[in-house]
Design a protein around this ligand. Structure first.
Ligand SMILES: [Zn+2]
Length: 112
């Protein structure tokens, strides 16, 4: 049973008592429990996003001013843009054939 459900069950039991001050206090407690539950869900999601970001960061290999992601079977994904990853944690595939450089980033417009 979560925090919100526990508070809701307790509030239902306390309704049998005729005390307006108690009912107002329990209603505030229910509201706080709902907000705490929402904050917990938001933080849990953010932790998962950051853990995923750490996993990606740990799997990247920096070579020739670009990032590469080695795969288990020996191949690799990439190349990815170094400025986009380092400045904004955006994993952007580099394209070929858009400029005089071998690789180009269509987001930050850098050539590699
Ligand atoms: Zn870029």
């Amino acid at each position: 049973m979560g925090l919100y459900e526990a508070v809701k069950d307790t509030a239902n039991l306390l309704r049998k008592i005729d005390d307006h001050e108690l009912h107002r206090s329990v209603a505030n407690l229910q509201l706080e429990a709902a907000e705490a539950t929402n904050r917990e869900a938001t933080l849990t999601q953010r932790v998962a996003e950051l853990e995923n970001l750490l996993d990606v960061r740990a799997s990247l290999e920096f070579r020739d001013n670009m990032y590469w992601m080695p795969q288990k079977e020996g191949s690799e994904k990439g190349p990815y843009c170094q400025p986009c990853w380092d400045s904004a944690a955006r994993l952007v595939f580099l394209c070929t054939g858009y400029a005089y450089s071998k690789y180009s980033c269509l987001v930050c417009k850098n050539g590699f």
